[in-house]
Design a protein around this ligand. Structure first.
Ligand SMILES: Cc1ncc(COP(=O)(O)O)c(C=O)c1O
Length: 378
């Protein structure tokens, strides 16, 4: 009875891991900021409710929010995006879904990095496409030659994510430029998931949209403003891509028949997030940096690791002690929850993902326990 499309989807390994979580465990598996949404954003949404902004909004979202997103990407990345080429979505998750559903037909191929955020390959299956994994290098960089070799006449898109979940890697300007050239040369579309663009500890964020029109940018408010439960995200495309494919209209059809619009008052909260003082973002990022430093310092003689450059995850190599799953099980016995790297693809088999989106003192304690477990052969 159940559709083949649905049967192909894996249930989230991450959720399965957390089902047995009990009191007193330190949860380093979480993929969301532990901060509450800044006050002025909450107040703006409450005001919107009081003012009766409780109706459907235009399918593509309120104009002011789309306009503010365009202003922001102009200031931050010098991109000229028109509000008509922006859609406000129910989280970046919906932005990814609209992008893939509007492009991928049965049997089409989509290149994804291995490891990568696990939604990508499942959403590709949902579209009846075929995920084509490209294994990342040891330092989590992307070998562009391998990308080229993976392209066939069935390749429609390449999904990238910088800064990345689960590795914390930030793609360099050269990598982004090189990938954009590939997108141009082979006429494939880059779906660029930039949800962690503001959670950056070194270097700069580069978007492929700077270098190619063959690009859809997906972003959201969940990570930058600690708004995971609000379900507000957005996507945008260039004028060039839209005039070629009319892709925004096609995405709007899917959005209209599935979600109609993103939640009205949450859109006003998101507007306040963009228009308001950004110091809340800098403060959260500074706190993430402090926790990252603590983890890197405490774990670098336990595991082989690359210090994360962005996002809030570290992805140590566990080879010395067994597979990521072995290590996660040992940690679970000591009251620490982590995610085995295999959840993000075969390339993560000998890794674990630890999130530092939890309190400093919990991380301090977790680092102590991990050191005892692996360095003292506990
Ligand atoms: C790389 C990546 N993209 C997208 C999402 C989904 O974000 P949203 O809450 O905006 O749907 C996540 C959430 O963990 C993520 O890590």
């Amino acid at each position: 009875m159940i559709s083949r499309r649905c049967l192909k989807l894996a249930s989230s390994d991450i959720r399965e891991i957390f089902n047995p979580s009990s009191e007193g465990t330190i949860n380093l598996g979480i993929g969301e900021p532990d901060f509450t949404t800044p006050r002025h954003i909450v107040e703006a949404a409450k005001r919107a409710l009081d003012e009766g902004k409780t109706h459907y909004t235009p399918n593509n979202g309120i104009y002011e929010l789309r306009e503010e997103i365009c202003n922001r990407v102009k200031v931050d990345y010098n991109l000229d995006v028109h509000p008509e080429n922006v859609i406000i979505t129910c989280g970046a998750s919906e932005g990814l879904m609209l992008s893939l559903m509007s492009l991928v037909d049965r049997g089409d191929e989509v290149i994804v990095t291995d490891p990568a955020f696990l939604s990508y390959r499942n959403l590709i299956h949902l579209c009846e496409g075929r995920p084509v994994p490209v294994k990342l290098e040891e330092d989590f960089s992307l070998d562009l030659e391998k990308v080229k070799e993976s392209i066939t006449d069935k390749t429609k898109c390449i999904v990238i994510n910088t800064p990345a979940n689960p590795t914390g890697k930030v793609m360099s300007k050269e990598e982004i430029k090189g990938l954009s050239d590939i997108a141009e040369d082979y006429n494939v579309i880059i779906i660029s998931d930039e949800v962690y663009d503001k959670i950056l500890y070194q270097g700069r964020h580069y978007s492929p949209m700077r270098y190619t029109e063959n690009c859809i940018v997906v972003n959201g408010f969940s990570k930058t403003y600690a708004m995971t439960g609000w379900r507000i995200g957005y996507l945008y495309v260039s004028e060039g891509l839209n005039s070629r494919l009319n892709i925004i209209d096609h995405m709007i059809k899917i959005h209209q028949y599935s979600f109609a619009c993103a939640t009205s008052f949450a859109q006003y909260g998101a507007l306040a997030a963009l228009r308001g003082d950004q110091s809340c973002v800098y403060e959260m990022v500074e706190e993430f940096r402090r926790r990252r430093d603590l983890m890197v310092k405490g774990l670098r003689d336990v595991f082989k690791l690359y210090p994360p450059e962005g996002a809030f995850y570290i992805f140590p190599n566990t080879e010395e002690y067994g597979s990521g799953e072995d290590v996660v099980n040992r940690l679970m016995e000591r009251g620490i929850l982590a995610v085995p790297g295999i959840a993000f693809g075969e390339g993560g088999r000998y890794h674990i993902r630890l999130s530092y989106a939890t309190k400093y003192q919990y991380i301090e304690r977790a680092v102590e326990i991990i050191r005892e477990t692996f360095l003292e052969g506990c």
